[in-house]
Write a protein that binds this ligand. Structure first.
Ligand code: COA
Length: 257
C-alpha cells in the first residue's frame, strides 16, 4: 500500500512501518492517523505479515505528539470526536493479531508515547525520551494514555508523569517498566528485528491468542477470555503439531492453522 506519511517495508515476514513526517518530528496529524488505521486493516488481511515494528523517521523523534497545529479549531464536541477517533486507531493497533513492537528512536511525547503504549512491546534507543506533556496545553492524554500508562507503570508513577509533564530518559523508562530494553540507536532496528524474528517463528494462532488474552489483563472478564482463547489454540493443527513434534523429539513445523 502507498501512503503519504507512512513508509512500509516487508522483510522476513516482518513489516517495518515508519512514521514519515520528520520535518514535523513525525507528529500525528489526522491524515497520518487515517493512514495508520488503513495500514493496520491491511496488515490483518496479509497472512505474509507476521509481525510489525513501528518506528519514526530520522534520528530525533519517534513521534513528537499529536499535531498541535490541528488543535487550534478544537472545541468540546470536536475534542470528543478526535479523542474517540485516536482511541479507535490505537485500539486497532493493540488488538492486532500480529505482534507489534515500538522501536522508539527519539522523542515519544504525548500521542507518540500513547502510540508506543498501544504497541505490545517497546524497545528504546539510548537517546529516547518519553513524556505526556498534554497538561501544559490544558488537556489530558486522549488516545488511551491515561489508561495504558497507568496499567503499565502503576498509578503513582503514571500520575506523576501526566501531572508534571516531565520527560523521562530511556534509563528511567526501563526502570519503571515503560520499555523492555535500551540499545544504542544504530542497533535499534536490528535488535527489534531479532526480537521479532523469535516471535514470528512461533505458531501464529497461539501468538494471536496470547496477545488477545494479555491485553485483557485489567478486564474483569480476562480469565473467561483467556479460557476461550486457550480453546481456540487447542482446536488448531499447530497445537497438534507442537505436541507431536515435542513427543517425536523433532522441530515443529507450524502452518498457522
Ligand atoms: N505538533 C506539530 N508540530 C510539531 C510537534 C507537534 N506535536 N512537535 C514538533 N513539531 C514541529 C515544530 O513546530 C517544528 O516545525 P517548524 O520547523 O515548522 O517550526 C518542527 O516540528 C521541529 O520541531 P522543533 O520544536 O523546532 O524542534 P526542537 O528540537 O527545538 O524541539 C521538541 C523538539 C519535541 C521538544 C518540541 O518540538 C516540542 O516540544 N514539541 C511538542 C511536544 C508536545 O507537546 N507534544 C504533545 C502534544 S499533545
Amino acid at each position: 500500500m502507498i501512503f503519504e506519511n507512512l513508509k512500509t517495508e516487508i522483510q522476513d515476514a516482518i513489516l517495518l512501518l515508519t512514521i514519515s513526517r520528520s520535518e514535523k518530528l513525525n507528529a500525528l496529524n489526522q491524515k497520518t492517523m487515517d493512514e495508520l488505521s488503513s495500514c493496520f486493516a491491511w496488515i490483518e488481511r496479509k497472512p505474509e505479515i507476521k509481525g510489525v515494528i513501528i518506528t519514526g523517521e530520522g534520528e530525533k523523534a519517534f513521534v513528537a505528539g499529536a499535531d498541535i497545529t490541528e488543535f487550534l479549531q478544537m472545541d468540546g464536541p470536536l475534542g470528543k470526536m478526535l479523542s474517540k477517533k485516536g482511541q479507535d486507531v490505537f485500539f486497532q493497533i493493540e488488538n492486532s493479531s500480529k505482534p507489534v513492537l515500538a522501536a522508539v528512536n527519539g522523542f515519544a511525547l504525548g500521542g507518540g508515547c500513547e502510540l508506543a503504549l498501544a504497541c505490545h512491546m517497546r524497545v528504546a534507543s539510548e537517546n529516547a525520551q518519553f513524556a505526556q506533556p498534554e497538561i501544559n496545553l490544558g488537556i489530558i492524554p486522549g488516545y488511551g494514555g491515561t489508561q495504558r500508562l497507568t496499567n503499565l507503570v502503576g498509578k503513582g508513577k503514571a500520575l506523576e508523569l501526566m501531572l508534571t509533564a516531565d520527560k523521562v530518559d530511556a534509563k528511567t523508562a526501563l526502570q519503571i517498566g515503560l520499555v523492555n530494553h535500551i540499545v544504542p540507536q544504530q542497533e535499534l532496528l536490528e535488535f527489534c528485528r531479532n526480537l521479532m524474528l523469535k516471535i514470528v517463528a512461533k505458531p501464529p494462532i497461539a501468538v494471536a491468542m496470547t496477545i488477545a488474552s494479555a491485553i485483557q489483563a485489567n478486564n474483569q472478564n480476562g480469565y473467561i477470555i483467556e479460557a476461550e482463547n486457550f480453546s481456540k489454540c487447542t482446536s488448531s493443527d499447530d497445537f497438534k503439531e507442537g505436541v507431536t513434534a515435542f513427543l517425536e523429539k523433532r522441530k515443529a513445523d507450524f502452518k498457522g492453522h
